[in-house]
Design a protein around this ligand. Structure first.
Ligand code: BES
Ligand code: MN
Ligand code: MN
Length: 458
């Protein structure tokens, strides 16, 4: 890192911290309609930051949902062009009573900035904003060409992003996409994520009569939607952790000996993982390790289930309807729509008589894998080692970022997942936090990465 850049970052430390908190104060929850204005405000905030530092063609672009923020800086003629992607939207905050302070009133506790979005992903957009600003302010230009694409619907399956990418294919020419929306390995060890799972999200609605029935007067003679739903859900998975939907595993690429050796070689303490979660046992698909189950095998989980009487005391009814949200994490080469059709077909097949069952697709995303030996991945590894002081691990993580596969499929670009959150960031949970040390060092990593990319042979 040059002295000028370090001096700039030191001189601007307070302003940088304030702008981080300012961004986090905007409650940009994409999934809840009442926060639509806040999502737009977050987009406008990001656009304002880009414009102020000298990024060009800054635009808050309409999508049919929450807007995409676009901006570019393209004055490095012989250098690669990188799409920098992040998402300014965040997850809902419930259960709110478990937060130490209000989720959108971020504060610093020790090394941690606590607040919704501190890690996932506003904190990581902020890393890119401040890195770009520091380079432009101290050098007058960037070593690479950048196109920023910051979306506001990632936490809602990026529903409108593919159409926007298709429509803007011409102006999105680039050599690679860099996404800072993943994290470090256990023990806060720097990591490059080389694989993410996909997802298929559905809702099952079971209904019978127009209104609830007296469970004494009718019980025993009619179908109970809650019982029926439980029966269907129970049929989806065996005691061995295998998903029983016929055809579910057909497109799964089996792990190779080398894949399994790579998982086994990671410095992973399974007992520490179990005890940190306060669990009596870890469970999952027979024949696979915990890391394989989390990173490279598909899943089926109920995310929510409701129906009937939920209040205090008892109410003797047969509910008129019952519902479940169910999602499958997918691995290469499973397709979300294909899995939806298989799942829907099987749920309808195992549905007991006397009720109507509907299965709706709520969203999805494809899985993705990037090769470790890609020069852009190796350049990222050098930048991490130069700034964090240790060589990164290569990991396959279980979460999903739908745009990864879209960058590959729609724009034909390799994707580098260069994320910086600590593994105990509580993403999506109460008291989400980001290590300020990781955040600060990551700004230097991004600068080092652009310099590394610029020096690659073209
Ligand atoms: N940043 C995460 C993805 C992630 C999670 C990467 C864990 C690596 C480890 C992202 O914001 C996310 O939460 N994605 C959703 C996608 C879904 C709503 C389609 C997810 O994985 O649940
Ligand atoms: Mn994210
Ligand atoms: Mn997320």
């Amino acid at each position: 890192m040059t002295d000028a850049l370090e001096t700039y970052l030191a001189d601007n430390a307070d302003r940088r911290f304030s702008s981080y908190l300012e961004f986090l104060r905007i409650p940009s929850i994409s999934g809840q309609p009442e926060y639509a204005a806040a999502c737009r405000e977050a987009a406008t905030w990001v656009a304002g930051q880009l414009g102020a530092m000298g990024v060009e063609h800054v635009e808050v672009a309409e999508t049919g949902g929450h807007p995409v923020v676009y901006g570019d800086w393209l004055h490095a003629p012989d250098a690669p062009t990188v799409i920098v992607y992040g998402h300014y939207d965040v997850q809902p905050v419930d259960p709110i009573e478990l937060w130490e302070t209000a989720p959108f009133e971020p504060f610093l506790k020790g090394d941690r900035v606590i607040g919704r979005g501190s890690a996932d992903d506003k904190g990581q957009i902020h890393i890119h904003l401040r890195a770009t600003e520091a380079i432009l302010a101290t050098r007058g230009g960037l070593p690479v060409n950048l196109r920023f694409v910051f979306e506001g619907e990632e936490e809602s399956s990026s529903i409108h992003l593919d159409a926007w990418l298709e429509a803007n294919r011409e102006r999105l020419t680039a050599d690679l996409a860099v996404i800072s929306d993943t994290g470090f390995f256990e023990g806060n060890r720097p990591a490059i994520t080389i694989g993410l799972r996909g997802i298929c999200y559905v809702q099952v609605d079971v209904a019978t009569t127009a209104v609830d029935l007296h469970s004494g007067g009718f019980g025993g003679a009619v179908q109970n939607p809650a019982n029926a739903l439980a029966q269907m859900i129970a049929a989806l998975k065996g005691p061995d952790g295998r998903i029983r939907v016929p055809g579910f595993y057909d497109d799964v690429v089996a792990l190779t000996q080398a894949d399994r050796a790579a998982f086994a070689a990671l410095p992973y303490d399974e007992e520490a993982y179990r005890t940190a979660l306060g669990l009596s046992a870890l469970v999952g698909e027979a024949g696979y390790s915990t890391l394989e189950r989390r990173g490279a095998r598909p899943t089926l989980d109920v995310n929510g289930i409701w129906g009937g009487f939920q209040g205090d005391g008892g109410k003797t009814i047969i509910p008129a309807h019952a519902h479940a949200k169910i999602s499958c994490r997918l691995v290469p080469d499973q397709e979300p729509r294909t899995i939806f059709e298989l799942l829907r077909g099987y749920v309808l097949e195992v549905a007991p008589p006397g009720c109507s069952v509907e299965v709706h697709y709520l969203g999805g995303g494809r899985p993705s894998l990037t090769p470790i030996d890609h020069p852009a991945t190796q350049a990222a590894a050098r930048a991490l080692e130069a700034t964090f002081g240790v060589a990164p691990l290569y990991i396959r993580d279980g979460g999903s970022i739908p745009v990864c596969a879209s960058f590959e499929k729609i724009l034909g670009l390799p994707v580098v997942l260069l994320g910086f959150t600590p593994p105990d960031a509580n993403a999506h949970a109460p008291n989400e936090s980001m290590s300020l040390a990781n955040h600060e060092t990551a700004i230097r990593t991004v600068v080092a990465y652009w310099d590394e990319l610029a020096s690659l042979p073209r």
